[in-house]
Design a protein around this ligand. Structure first.
Ligand SMILES: [Zn+2]
Length: 310
């Protein structure tokens, strides 16, 4: 009997995606190759795919579509953001920008009469600095004040800045992965002592980095969905020397609810002082003065109406 049995049967499925105008495959080319001792049979068939049958998960976003400027540190200067800002994360952890234990030397907030829009992480000049998430390098050059700086735009629109570097190892438009090497830390620009100045921003709004990320050893992102109110984009609300009281908003409703302040009318009684009114009504003298446009040493009249805000 002739050796009619198949020596080998290879099923070679070469999937050649026939892409048309868009990136969705319209057909799959199936190539069947059968090798016997007699013949080599090749059958090809085009299998049409109904476009509705394809569900595209994680539709790629063109993060370079808007304000992609590789020469300006902040190309969003003349834009206004709508609050609360919604930041969505696919990851639950980020990569620490430095490879050693993170020591925070200065936080996001008001510092010596100026806004400090980032967080300072201690390092020794020459230490590696890496990207905290996947993205594309938007800016990699010297920037006034920030020294040698790299800005990475991530796929959720968030941008991270790595400033005061001693050496930049990437160029604009480079695709970078989470943990990818960006350069060496240093002390360039307006900086006293080597450290990394890290900022997190969205369309030019500099967000308190600790509102988004835990700066402990866990390297966790605080939630998949984070809603950012103005409070977290204004250094004047915070002190660079204190840990902020971080109440995270994970829904739009919670973020909106936090913006609605309660007010009530208080009628001044005999013997009242601003200190007593603030204490008894759980508000502050500063708030009473601001809302009612009065000074701390203003004289109160009996029967005077004050607006109290909580
Ligand atoms: Zn700084």
């Amino acid at each position: 009997m002739r050796t009619l049995f198949l020596m080998f049967s290879v099923l070679m499925m070469s999937l050649s995606v026939i892409a048309q105008n868009d990136s969705l495959p319209k057909a799959i080319k199936l190539k069947l190759t059968e090798v016997t001792d007699k013949a080599l049979l090749i059958n090809e068939a085009d299998i049409k795919i109904k476009s509705s049958a394809i569900t595209v998960k994680n539709t790629p976003v063109d993060i370079k579509a808007d304000y992609w400027d590789t020469t300006a540190y902040n190309p969003y200067r003349n834009t206004t953001s709508e609050f609360p800002i919604h930041i969505k994360f696919n990851d639950s952890t980020y990569s620490s920008p430095v490879l050693h234990h993170k020591v925070i030397t200065s936080r996001y907030g008001w510092r010596r009469g100026r806004p400090h829009k980032g967080i300072d992480i201690d390092l020794v000049t020459g230490d590696s600095v890496v990207a905290i998430l996947d993205g594309i390098v938007r800016f990699a050059r010297y920037s006034h004040g920030h020294g040698k700086t790299v800005v990475v735009r991530h796929y959720n629109g968030l941008e991270t800045t790595y400033a005061h570097l001693s050496e930049i190892a990437v160029t604009a438009n480079d695709t970078i992965y989470k943990g990818g090497y960006l350069g060496k830390g240093g002390n360039t620009g307006r900086s006293s002592g080597s450290h990394l100045h890290l900022t997190t921003s969205y369309k030019g709004e500099y967000i308190h980095p600790e509102y988004l990320l835990n700066f402990d050893a866990s390297n966790t992102i605080r939630a998949k969905d984070i809603w950012v109110t103005k409070k977290w984009t204004r250094p004047s609300y915070h002190s660079s020397r204190r840990v902020a009281h971080l109440t995270l908003f994970k829904t739009k409703e919670a973020a909106f609810a936090s913006l609605e302040k309660q007010r009530k009318i208080y009628v001044v009684r005999k013997g009242d002082t601003l200190s007593r009114i603030s204490r008894q009504n759980r508000t502050t003298i500063t708030s009473i003065c601001r809302v009612n446009k009065i000074k701390r040493n203003s004289t109160l009249r009996i029967g005077q109406k004050l607006v109290l805000e909580f």
